[in-house]
Design a protein around this ligand. Structure first.
Ligand code: HEM
Length: 543
């Protein structure tokens, strides 16, 4: 997770400046190739100092330290042909110092990633194998799906106790994932019934947007997106001024930020530090409150349960549990714990991710008004003023490309979630032991320089052919791949398309008065997912 902050720290600059920096990383790549010479170091520093006015003395010192670490430790520690190579770890700290240096200076990390496709790094005492680049990530997650498809739960999520879908493994995970997928599909995921729910929610969101002048999009977007998962899970949506609903969504949002905080990362590595970590207590308090709220909702649903007419996932789960109990099955996975944790997983994973992506999309449209104009021209020409439908997607190639490019560049889950190996494996000539934590760096796939023409720019043409038709790209992997691929992908894709297109049809997005487009900051706020930093937008009605 600490690498994650490293990957993203660098987005404090505009994409143009980042591109310049990536050129500097070529120098670093050469350094990492072990040909460390004084001339190289001097050249790199010259380049760094010229290419970025924000290079501070601290940054320079950090780079020097990193060069020292890399050249003095063995990046070729696999001379014995065993585990994937990596910098030599220090006792207790492992490679934390190097990684923190990397975090503080993203340029170094991009150099690191460009060079290595498979490496070992020690987060304190924890050994992690990192997969980087499209080919390596695909080879592991897809071609060797069974070996790389286990989850490695972090300490902070231990209250899940192996239940639910996100953090579980084995038979319980298999059963919960299968049941959840089947039932969400039954309640409309990826189908017409769900399309109608999203369209209805779009209307509520439009009304809210109309009431604001310059506003922060976080809450309305979270409430609208959360209502879709609520409709599927509980069987009904909530009003945006219902305090029980809004507090649950707000707590979830804050919790996702906390889970990515440096202090909780330290707690995951050194659990004995827990008692001094305030963020951990705050996070656990939110989890408790959301559990309580869910228990209340479950008991209301149970009182009115009709097995002939299930309203959503919770009803279906309770009916299955009852049926199994009545037929004398005592060892099933359909327990109260699995119900609670699975619902919590769906609520958490189904709200923040999609809402964050939509917020990035609106921010990018505001920053790049010419692209916004092109989207609106296409919507006006193809749809006019009628309601957008899912089947319109194939006639809106530019809009579709913009949505895909937003997901690629926003890169909201940069390292997927931690995986682990289910057995000993020899991978790309290196030995990886059963139970080793594996981080598939989705960033390195979504920004892979060998797959994308302009990896660091917002460039919708990545998804268009020369005739302007939409083209799929294999390295488009924001939902990850293989056994643990996002369970909600079809729902998320439908939501992104309908919300984005309907909002762009109804509004023109501009910066608040006094702010220029170029001032809009694309630095992400680091959490378990990457959110846009705090900003406000204006939504000017078009229809
Ligand atoms: C733009 C929106 C979304 C993105 C980018 C996204 C991305 C991801 C990623 C990267 C993972 C981890 C995969 C891995 O570990 O390899 C994941 C897992 C998961 N997602 Fe999503 N997701 C999105 C929306 C949703 C929605 C709407 C739902 C709810 C239905 C959902 C439910 C889940 C679940 C339950 C998992 C755990 C799967 C497992 O471990 O078996 N996600 N998602």
């Amino acid at each position: 997770m600490i690498v994650q902050s490293g990957v993203t720290c660098g987005r404090d600059l505009s994409f143009t400046r980042r591109y310049k920096r990536s050129q500097s990383s070529q120098h670093l790549r050469r350094l990492l190739n072990q040909n460390v010479g004084v001339d190289d170091i001097i050249t790199m520093f010259d380049h760094l100092i010229q290419s970025s006015s924000s290079v501070s003395l601290l940054g320079t010192l950090l780079v020097l330290l990193l060069v020292y670490f890399i050249s003095s430790s063995s990046f070729s520690s696999n001379a014995d042909g065993k585990q994937p190579p990596g910098p030599k770890p220090l006792p207790v700290l492992g490679n934390l110092l190097q990684v923190y240096i990397v975090s503080a200076y993203h340029l170094v990390l991009s150099g690191f990633l460009l060079f290595m496709h498979l490496f070992t790094i020690y987060f304190g005492p924890k050994k992690v194998v990192v997969l980087a680049g499209y080919k390596t990530v695909k080879e592991a997650l897809v071609d060797k799906a069974d070996v790389f498809g286990e989850r490695d739960p972090m300490k902070i999520v231990e209250s899940s106790k192996g239940h639910g879908v996100l953090w579980s493994n084995g038979d319980s995970w298999k059963e919960m994932r299968r049941f959840t997928l089947t039932n969400l599909r039954d309640y409309g995921m990826g189908k017409k019934a769900c399309e109608d729910k999203i369209i209805e929610e779009c209307q509520h969101l439009i009304e809210v947007f109309k009431t604001f002048k310059a506003f922060d999009t976080t809450q309305p977007m979270n409430y609208a997106v959360s209502n879709i998962i609520c409709s599927l899970v509980y069987g009904s949506r909530f009003e945006y001024d219902d305090p029980e609903f809004t507090s649950m969504v707000d707590r979830t949002n804050r919790n996702i930020q906390l889970l990515g905080s440096p202090s909780i990362q330290m707690y995951n590595l050194f659990p004995w530090m827990g008692r001094w970590i305030a963020d951990r207590r705050e996070s656990e308090e939110y989890t408790k409150l959301n559990n309580k709220q869910n228990m209340k909702l479950f008991s209301q649903l149970k009182e009115t349960l009709n097995p002939q007419m299930c309203r959503g996932f919770v009803d279906a789960f309770m009916v299955r549990k009852q049926t199994l109990e009545e037929s004398g099955v005592t060892n099933s996975h359909f327990s109260n714990e699995n119900l609670l944790i699975t619902v919590r997983n769906l609520f958490n994973a189904g709200t923040d991710t999609t809402a964050t992506t939509l917020r990035w999309a609106l921010l990018l449209m505001t920053k790049y008004p010419k692209i916004q104009d092109q989207v609106q021209e296409e919507i006006s020409r193809v749809i006019g003023t009628r309601q957008v439908q899912v089947e319109d997607r194939r006639n809106l190639p530019f809009t579709d490309a913009v949505i895909h490019e937003t997901q690629r560049l926003a890169n909201i889950v940069p390292m997927a979630l931690p995986h682990k190996t289910s057995e000993d494996v020899t991978f790309q000539g290196h030995f990886i032991k059963k139970g080793t934590t594996v981080y598939p760096l989705l960033t390195s796939v979504l920004y892979d320089e060998t797959e994308w023409e302009k990896p660091h720019s917002f460039h919708p043409a990545h998804f268009l052919d020369k005739d302007g038709k939409f083209v799929k790209q294999d390295a488009f992997m924001p939902f990850s791949a293989g056994r643990r691929i996002c369970l909600g992908e079809s729902l998320a894709r439908m939501e992104l398309f309908l919300f984005f297109t309907t909002l762009l049809q109804h509004f023109c997005f501009t910066p608040p008065p006094g702010v220029k487009e170029e001032d809009l900051d694309l630095t992400p706020r680091v959490g378990l997912t990457l959110n846009p930093s705090h900003h406000k937008l204006c939504a000017i009605p078009r229809l």
